[in-house]
Design a protein around this ligand. Structure first.
Ligand code: SF4
Length: 391
């Protein structure tokens, strides 16, 4: 097995564009204390007019969302970008894999820009192409590769999506993971196995709670161990092989806090994202994507109490927008996604002003071969029948 070492890149030093951790941010950022940041962003955006389209992921800071032309989850934003071919620049306020997806789905003339290259995703970095290729070799040696269909969550790098495209697999989102897994199980006959990348929790929650599989049908493949850390019979008997990856934000929510909140706030409903751990999801009242969480709160009557298990910027925004409801964060400590939070007003101002002056910065470009296969995996997702109830 090839050892895959990720170089140590302290923030602000060096660049690794092959991973989510491109950290170098060139250029002179305006000071965070500059009182004119808001007016500078406004001026630069006005100057660019229709040439720029700013996308804001739900987990972004308020100061950034203020300048977003549209907000949404990663897949909705990539499609929004594709629907605006007249925009020369797509400024993606989100993380690296999202900008890659926008580049794949937008036209070749459009330039996708990530305001801070340090905005990666730790979950996406948990599945590296060389590791996945080694895993496939191990499946071949074990005689199971012919019946494995790889399905990757949107939260993965473009080369992992391309790997799935090349190996008869597909991409999924947290909204359509159920139909994607059902589709995958139909691909290679009765003995089909699914390799689910990179989020073990979304894979397990979908397989068990939506498809009705047993927990024992799922095994965890640890890419850092020989043979994934599995015995040959465990691999042979498994229906779902879960990649050992997780979201560092959603992995924090715990059953202890769920229990405590139920004790202290009568009638509180627990609403969580399926990236949370299985024991948290099974204790929740409702589970769904960020779009589902937003719609659920919007439709709830005044006086409803919610504890929400997703990124804190979104939870705070929901609480501010619905003062008639009691909305709390499902964690004792304040925890933002640190990489999402890399995009702040100084980076956005620097990006917009650079573009307005004709200087292209932080362009995210997927190479044509990777793009071709990743697009195929994305297209298979778009062709999936029906929709999950979470939409
Ligand atoms: S919230 Fe989790 S999955 Fe989303 S970008 Fe941050 S680390 Fe990645």
């Amino acid at each position: 097995m090839t050892t895959v070492e990720l170089p140590l890149l302290p923030l602000g030093l060096g660049t690794d564009r092959s991973s989510e951790r491109g950290v170098e941010c060139p250029g002179d950022l305006p000071a965070a204390s500059d009182p004119d940041l808001v007016s500078r962003a406004r001026r630069a955006k006005e100057k660019l007019g229709d040439r720029v389209f700013v996308l804001g992921h739900h987990y972004q800071r308020d100061e950034v969302i203020e300048f977003a032309d549209v907000t949404g989850d990663s897949f909705k934003l990539a499609r929004d970008a594709a629907a605006r071919p007249e925009a020369e620049y797509i400024v993606f306020c989100g993380v690296h894999f999202m900008a890659e997806s926008a580049d794949i789905l937008s036209s070749p003339e459009q330039k996708v820009v990530l305001p801070d290259l340090a905005a990666g995703c730790s979950m996406a970095d948990m599945a590296r192409l060389a590791q996945v290729e080694d895993t496939w070799d191990a499946f071949t040696d074990a005689g199971v590769a012919d019946v494995v269909v790889p399905v990757t969550y949107m939260n993965s790098s473009a080369d992992i999506k391309a790997f799935c495209g090349k190996h008869d697999g597909a991409v999924c989102t947290s909204s359509n993971a159920q139909v994607a897994l059902e589709w995958a199980f139909d691909q290679k006959g009765p003995g089909t196995k699914v390799l689910f990348l990179p989020d073990q929790h979304l894979g397990r929650n979908t397989a068990v709670l939506e498809l009705g599989l047993a927990l024992e049908d799922c095994v965890v493949w640890n890419p850092l161990l020989a043979g994934g850390g599995l015995r040959a019979e465990e691999l042979r008997d498994a229906k779902v092989i879960l990649w050992k990856g997780h979201c560092s934000v959603h992995g924090r929510f715990s059953v202890e806090v769920v229990d405590k909140l139920r004790e202290t706030i009568p009638g509180i409903k627990i609403l969580v994202h399926p990236e949370c751990r299985h024991e948290v999801v099974t204790k929740a009242d409702l589970v769904g994507s960020t779009e589902f969480i937003i719609k659920t709160v919007e439709a709830a009557p005044a006086g409803t109490s919610w504890a929400i298990g997703t990124e804190l910027n979104l939870v705070k925004r929901l609480a501010d927008a619905h003062p008639d409801q009691n909305i709390v964060f499902l964690d004792r400590t304040v925890c933002y996604c640190s990489t999402m939070n890399r995009i702040d007003l100084p980076h956005l101002v620097w990006t917009l002003e650079s573009l307005a002056e004709g200087q292209l910065v932080n362009v995210i470009e997927v190479d044509p071969e990777t793009e071709r296969w990743a697009k195929l995996a994305l297209q298979r997702m778009l062709d999936l029948p029906g929709k999950s109830h979470r939409d």
